[in-house]
Design a binder for this molecule. Sequence first.
Ligand SMILES: Cc1cc2nc3c(=O)[nH]c(=O)nc-3n(C[C@H](O)[C@H](O)[C@H](O)COP(=O)(O)OP(=O)(O)OC[C@H]3O[C@@H](n4cnc5c(N)ncnc54)[C@H](O)[C@@H]3O)c2cc1C
Length: 598
Amino acid sequence: MSKSIVILGAGFTGLPLAHKLLKYTAPKPGIKLKVVLVTPSSKFYWNLAATRGVIPGAIPDDQLFLDIKSALPQYPSSHFELFLGRATDVDASANTVRVALNNGSQQTVVYDHLVIATGSHISSNLPYKLLGSYEETLEALHSLQDRIDEAKSIVVAGAGPTGVEAAGEIAAAYGTTKEVTLINSSEHVLHASNVLPSVAQSVERDLRKLGVNVISNTKVISTRNADPTENHGMSPRKTDLVLSNGKAIAADCYLPLFGVAVNTQFLPEQWLDKDGNLKQGKTMRVEGTTNVWGIGDVGNLEPKQVVNTDAQIIYLAETLDRILTGKHNTIKEYKPLNKTMIFISMGPRHATGQIGNWKLWSWMVNYVKGRRIFVDEAPDYPIDLLRDSSRIRGETWLFQSEGIYAEDENRELDIVLDFLRTYGNPESACDTLSLCEQYYHDGGKRTGFGRDFNFSRRRGILSYLAEQGDEVVLAFFLASGEHDTNFTDGTLRTPLLWAVKNGHEAAVTLLLEKGAELESGDSSGRTPLLWAVENGHEAVVRLLLEKGAELESGDSSGRTPLSWAARNKREAVVRLLREKGVEKSKIVTLTREQLHSA
Ligand SMILES: Cc1cc2nc3c(=O)[nH]c(=O)nc-3n(C[C@H](O)[C@H](O)[C@H](O)COP(=O)(O)OP(=O)(O)OC[C@H]3O[C@@H](n4cnc5c(N)ncnc54)[C@H](O)[C@@H]3O)c2cc1C
């Protein structure tokens, strides 16, 4: 019998979930599935970049808003239906949802399973998230852009991630031409995000550098001339603010960014907790129901962040698949990540981040988020998750690099496995996973980059990892596809040369598998084989020869592998080379003694 899964909301969770069910579950033999997606907005809003998007000209509209229909491949209408409208009521006893369609008509949609993915909005209705339809949101965004552009003084209230980024982005874009003030109700910024003191201090330092005036331990207690219900929460030209510290300030543009409200007003009260969040059970099913599920910001399982939603989508798609294929008894519990993860960018040059108890290096967060706020990732967003991997490659990259670059407050050795558990597909026997498991089974070695380590970008990360022989972390970096396997440093050494030079056999194998050039020589013409021979790494020499390394190639002085082996008294290597057929006569520039030992 045909089953229908109705998904309310096509944001960061609803859209990829629909895609996954349509791609994997719907075509399974014996399954008749229809996925119905309900959303008031015809476009998906890449709101992660909204704090920069509110600055006129900073991000084009078509990079902030992506067409939902074209993001989904052409699934047959028997499998997929999209309703542009807003769910207004759910009748749980009849398994129906009422939808107010954007064209003014009403629609009743019947479901076998209902997934609520309606997300949240900024309490003041500022367009940092969707406000109803795409057209309404765009209009509000343009209007806010104009207000920000015209204003001489801007006051942001709320020093959570959105408030901090909003103030930082505006200050970074306009410099001293605008007076930007951030009102913070606590002693330090990001108080409610549970960040390390060092992370909060780093953000505060950046804000100061950008010229933002942070007023701490203070709340806005009243506003005059502001009417948050009109004009999408934007105040009129001038707003007078009365602060809890007894002072009053005026703002040309006031941005209240201190509250997030979940979009659950239309749901039965018994499904909601006191803050309006859906009460999710351990399988993400709404408590007291058998066929209603919550995902993303609407739920009460995890903090309201995209960094948590990848795992939720993968889990819920799999759970629904198991139910539809009659494997109810194999459903597992969802395991929340329970880890602080935050990436704050304030303009293209200032950023700070934290994963677990690790404060990330600012330049690194800046590299992955600050420069473009992931807008390049947006078009592939719904599709990427089909591979059960993290969509936001930058964040994945940070995960991968944290073991090396994070400033160590409390080193957590399980970080890489955690990453794989959350973002990888535990059932796939991919090389990286088995390598990683082996790594931990063996006790886990750490790459030896301490606080005093100086990273030169000219050398590139792969070269350091290859030198250290940390094949696990190296594997992650190579898998990210963001690094050139044959990147050369100032002396033309490739990562392969570094791994070979230090005799790291596993790293050499990995690099060769990933396309490292076997004969790429450094500035003195020494190839990987010459380095391996010179340093007497017999196993690596053997490996390179098996891969077809050129036996007779010499360096810029004409020294061949056999010459180097003899010169450095690498007897085992000399024997190996001769076994492979190198003739003694090919040895050049040798002393009599060296020749004798060969
Ligand atoms: C400015 C800003 C920056 C952020 N940056 C980050 C970041 O860097 N990293 C991070 O991890 N998180 C970040 N977040 C949080 C992130 O945006 C949310 O966690 C994410 O959007 C949640 O996804 P979702 O699918 O639950 O909801 P949403 O993405 O909000 O999607 C909700 C969907 O439901 C639809 N909808 C709403 N009401 C109804 C209804 N009644 N009927 C039908 N459909 C409805 C909406 O139109 C939308 O399609 C940021 C949030 C903001 C505001």
